[in-house]
Design a binder for this molecule. Structure first.
Ligand SMILES: [Cu+2]
Length: 318
């Protein structure tokens, strides 16, 4: 008689016990899941400065004297302080100086080669390979802009001799619509606006993002961010080069008083005291922020139109 009476209670107790057990199990399961995740997603990145990769040393040897070249760039168009009507800006360059065989050109079989880094305002650079034809900056917004160029090697290391870097300011009237998405890849949408004249082959160019030039004084210290940018895959992601152009400033280790500070993600700040590229090894997969800043002798950022502190997001796929 007693047993049936207790039976529902026992049943409830059992359920409660099971629930408690289930409840107890749950955090364990979560903990296990978390633990598994943290193993598959490497959380810690320890970057170290490593020597110039052997792959690049070998390429330099194969290039003969080219790395001792002292290319001088001249921006033919746009001229300094020019006013451009319309949203397409043709960039024309001339290279001279002691070239030692250096000439921009993309090898069709490898997709690589010497090229010029072209920087509109403080956007990521664009690579410009065939300088016998103008490079089109498309959808440039109305207003004041800056253009910076310098010759670069196939592995994107810039030439740092005097005269390699050139900068002009120009103004666009009736420019591209900042809210408009980019035009077609060949840029023909805009070219077609004119007339029925037959279209030439698409030229090298880029639909640029909306931006305006900073209030830059070209006679003041100026740090131009160059690398890294974009996506790095496999062997190209280890190591990754940091490279920049420095105007009107000498770094501490080169007999001057300036320093370049770099901050990767939320890591502690590190410093570059000689004007040369550095290679960093130890990147983990995912997105990373690279910030470069020019500092004066007191460790304060040097202001120049906002260009001396630049952050870029890169992505690493291993
Ligand atoms: Cu490059």
């Amino acid at each position: 008689m007693m047993f049936p009476k207790h039976s529902p209670l026992a049943f409830v107790s059992c359920c409660a016990l099971l629930l408690i057990l289930a409840g107890c199990r749950k955090p364990d399961d979560n903990a296990n899941t978390t633990a598994t995740n943290s193993v598959t997603t490497p959380g810690v990145q320890n970057l170290t400065v490593v020597p110039r990769p052997q792959k690049i040393v070998d390429m330099m040897k194969a290039r003969g004297e080219q790395d001792e070249a002292k290319p001088t760039a001249k921006i033919i168009s746009p001229t300094n302080n020019a006013t451009i009507n319309g949203s397409t800006v043709d960039v024309e360059l001339e290279l001279s100086g002691d070239l030692k065989g250096y000439m921009p050109h993309k090898d069709p079989s490898t997709g690589k080669g010497n090229h010029i880094h072209v920087i509109l305002d403080n956007q990521p650079y664009e690579a410009y390979y065939e300088i016998n034809q103008a490079f089109e900056l498309r959808n440039v917004t109305e207003g004041k802009h800056t253009l910076r160029v310098f010759p670069s090697r196939p592995w994107h290391e810039s030439y740092k001799n005097e005269g390699a870097f050139q900068m002009v300011e120009f103004t666009v009237k009736g420019g591209g619509d900042a809210s408009k998405p980019t035009t077609t890849n060949s840029g023909q949408t805009m070219a077609n606006n004119n007339s029925g004249v037959s279209q030439p082959a698409p030229r090298e160019g880029k639909d640029v993002s909306a931006s305006t030039g900073g209030d830059v004084d070209p006679s003041k210290p100026l740090l131009t961010y160059s690398r890294p940018k974009g996506e790095y895959k496999g062997a190209d992601a280890d190591p990754i080069m940091i490279d920049f152009w420095l105007s009107n400033a000498k770094l501490k280790g080169d007999g001057g008083e300036y320093r370049v500070r770099y901050i990767i993600d939320d890591d502690d700040a590190k410093y570059i005291d000689k004007w040369e590229p550095i290679w960093l090894s130890g990147w983990i997969s995912g997105k990373h922020t690279v910030r470069l800043e020019l500092l004066d002798k007191d460790g304060k950022p040097v202001e120049n139109g906002g260009y001396n502190t630049t952050s870029r997001e890169i992505s690493v796929v291993k």
